[in-house]
Write a protein that binds this ligand. Sequence first.
Ligand code: HEM
Ligand SMILES: *[C@@H]1O[C@H](CO)[C@@H](O)[C@H](O)[C@H]1NC(C)=O
Ligand SMILES: *[C@@H]1O[C@H](CO)[C@@H](O)[C@H](O)[C@H]1NC(C)=O
Ligand SMILES: *[C@@H]1O[C@H](CO)[C@@H](O)[C@H](O)[C@H]1NC(C)=O
Ligand SMILES: *[C@@H]1O[C@H](CO)[C@@H](O)[C@H](O)[C@H]1NC(C)=O
Ligand SMILES: *[C@@H]1O[C@H](CO)[C@@H](O)[C@H](O)[C@H]1NC(C)=O
Ligand SMILES: *[C@@H]1O[C@H](CO)[C@@H](O)[C@H](O)[C@H]1NC(C)=O
Ligand SMILES: *[C@@H]1O[C@H](CO)[C@@H](O)[C@H](O)[C@H]1NC(C)=O
Length: 326
Amino acid sequence: MRTSFANFLLVCLVLFGSAGICHGGELKKNFYKDSCPQAEEIVKSIIWKRVASNSTLPAKFLRMHFHDCIVRGCDASVLLNSTPNNKAEKEAIPNLSLSGFDVIDEVKTQLEKTCPGTVSCADIVSLAARDSVSYQFRKPMWKVLTGRRDGKISSQSEALANLPSPYSSFSILKQNFSSKGLSVHDLVVLAGAHTIGVAHCNFFSNRLYNFTGQGDSDPSLNSTYTAFLKTKCRNLSDNTTTVPMEPETPLSFGNNYYSNLKQHKGMFGSDASLLTEERPANIVDEMLVPGKFFVEFGQSMKRMGAIGVLTDNSGEIRKKCSVVNS
Ligand code: HEM
Ligand SMILES: *[C@@H]1O[C@H](CO)[C@@H](O)[C@H](O)[C@H]1NC(C)=O
Ligand SMILES: *[C@@H]1O[C@H](CO)[C@@H](O)[C@H](O)[C@H]1NC(C)=O
Ligand SMILES: *[C@@H]1O[C@H](CO)[C@@H](O)[C@H](O)[C@H]1NC(C)=O
Ligand SMILES: *[C@@H]1O[C@H](CO)[C@@H](O)[C@H](O)[C@H]1NC(C)=O
Ligand SMILES: *[C@@H]1O[C@H](CO)[C@@H](O)[C@H](O)[C@H]1NC(C)=O
Ligand SMILES: *[C@@H]1O[C@H](CO)[C@@H](O)[C@H](O)[C@H]1NC(C)=O
Ligand SMILES: *[C@@H]1O[C@H](CO)[C@@H](O)[C@H](O)[C@H]1NC(C)=O
């Protein structure tokens, strides 16, 4: 018993560089079965209603969940507002397009009415990511385990230190994912999330205008596509214009990300980097097999959704998702 706990802490140390963010408890299927049987249905119905009138939301929730999990585990730290003494994750530059907070608040308000103090904000974020993407298919696209609890800390500097950069090479991204317990396979599969949503020009305009500092463009970007993107992003400093990450089907969740990549239309340097080594490039090819991406994405989301979770008596169940309980 003692040995296995020691081993467990060792695994935590190796994976996360800290024993403190592992808490031993496990997520469960339908955690709220007895305490709030309607919980998952309430989340789904509000999310579907909102997505029905705003098709940009699935990308917002998918990215929100990723950012939450990558910074101090999936603990809803991404939802906390700054306070006079603390700049929260929301203030970090890569937050740029984070939104949908009002929808999370609507879900939370309804859940507090039905089952006060029971359902965590961290679980709402994880369910919202699944349910929003699933609306297009009218059925749940992957399983979400629940039982996460909410953290009490959110920090701008931690967000900056943990969110992977769109300029990174494959070997850097590999290390960044591995430090969160995610494999190269998870990296390539989860990157497929860029099948939906938009990006601000400044995250990739170096590839259009000044790739090596000679006023040149990135030779690994499809030149037809480079010309098209230049008509959208007019200069290097444009940080207000957004462009769909998939030119043809920006709202449709599917494996087109990988066929786009193969045509050298990956938006960021980080996307393009997945073709620079054999191992990730082979996984890209695998994802082109019909049906494969959906299965793999669900499995990788399950691993992402378990990063550093707080369970049992750790953390708290926030009353309001944007502030810690007093
Ligand atoms: C591999 C490392 C990754 C990097 C470097 C990266 C970087 C970025 C950047 C820079 C943006 C544009 C944000 C903006 O301009 O507003 C973006 C958008 C997005 N990312 Fe990632 N990302 C990565 C992985 C992921 C993962 C794992 C997911 C989810 C599972 C994800 C989901 C999204 C979504 C859905 C959007 C579109 C957001 C919107 O439409 O507002 N990304 N990403
Ligand atoms: C993102 O950060 C900026 C400051 O860097 C802040 O003004 C903005 O409110 C933040 N966005 C969200 C959604 O909190
Ligand atoms: C859809 O949601 C996004 C993110 O919250 C918001 O910025 C946008 O204004 C909404 N669009 C409509 C038409 O309501
Ligand atoms: C990514 O990994 C590199 C190499 O280990 C490291 O220097 C960098 O700080 C990491 N970045 C993030 C966001 O984790
Ligand atoms: C392009 O990059 C070079 C080297 O970093 C820099 O000196 C130059 O000012 C950049 N050009 C523009 C338009 O920003
Ligand atoms: C760059 O483009 C943006 C958006 O079109 C514009 O607002 C800005 O003035 C331009 N900046 C420069 C230095 O040309
Ligand atoms: C966009 O660029 C302008 C001018 O460089 C800067 O003042 C502003 O803070 C930037 N906005 C964001 C969201 O990065
Ligand atoms: C560039 O994109 C076009 C379609 O827009 C495609 O036909 C072509 O094969 C692509 N080129 C490369 C080198 O991938």
